[in-house]
Design a binder for this molecule. Structure first.
Ligand code: FPP
Length: 241
């Protein structure tokens, strides 16, 4: 895997964003509760994060909980929040050791205060790392992020801090300010939707819809998706060369 990755050229994806879909279906197909699928999904997260350095990935962004996921049953929401809490508590030492910088995007005001504190503390503990930039989206929605950024940009204009609202001003108010746009967005489970993920940032990203549920996704399938990405011609709105 590492060797085939080393052969990649300038078109290599360095920032990959993932919509980790299909945990529920994976569990139901096995006669198990949906939360069992999410638990297995955390194992996949661990494997995928570990595989990034070998695959030449410097930025990985994972969609863990959307602004719409609050509509799920109380027990599923509570179970997902517990898994996120446990992931941070269990992984933080390994992430620090492996040089991973952890960030969270999304709203924090609707999260349990102790989870929000844990997230901030994990961000602070890993702030000096740069081998892998791992961003986890929690209570995140692209429309909500754009609404907040638009409000902040309008406040800048009203206060006379800027003369006009530019793209870079809006970008500076996104949760992802300072991070590169994703080169590739992978969605598992065969569904072909963006589901409110990185609406601004993925304007020119390539998409790969992989036909396995998230618990069955693996570093091997990740490497295959990256190989597929290499064959794509990205024109960013210009004409083919
Ligand atoms: C979508 O599958 C998955 C989610 C809404 C949650 C994803 C969360 C994890 C993988 C675990 C926690 C994450 C981290 C980073 C520790 P679904 O439930 O919508 O599946 P379905 O479409 O088959 O119902």
């Amino acid at each position: 895997m590492a060797n085939s990755r080393a052969k990649r050229n300038v078109a290599t994806a360095t920032h990959v964003a993932m919509i980790m879909d299909g945990n529920g279906r994976w569990a139901v197909a096995r006669g198990r509760p949906r939360l069992f699928g999410h638990k297995r999904g955390v194992e996949t997260v661990r494997e995928i994060v570990k595989s990034c350095p070998d695959l030449g990935i410097s930025h990985l962004t994972l969609y863990a909980f959307s602004t719409e996921n609050w509509k799920r049953s109380k027990s599923e929401v509570a179970g997902l929040m517990l898994l996120l809490r446990r992931y941070i508590l269990k992984e933080i030492a390994a992430l620090v050791e492996r040089g991973v910088r952890l960030r969270f995007i999304g709203r924090r005001d609707r999260l349990d205060a102790s989870l929000a504190r844990l997230m901030s503390s994990a961000e602070q503990q890993t702030a000096g790392n740069d081998k892998l930039n791992l961003t986890i989206a929690i209570d995140y929605g692209g429309r909500d992020e754009l609404r907040r950024a638009a409000a902040a940009a309008a406040a800048d204009l009203a206060a006379g801090r800027v003369d006009e609202i530019t793209e870079s001003l809006i970008e500076s108010h996104l949760d992802t300010a300072g991070l590169p746009d994703p080169d590739l967005v992978i969605r598992t489970s065969g569904e072909c939707r963006t589901s409110n993920f990185l609406l601004w940032q993925a304007a020119y990203s390539e998409y790969d819809f992989v036909d396995v549920n998230w618990p069955d996704f693996s570093p091997e399938l990740f490497a295959q998706a990256l190989d597929g990405f290499m064959t794509r011609e990205r024109r960013f709105g210009a004409v083919a060369k």
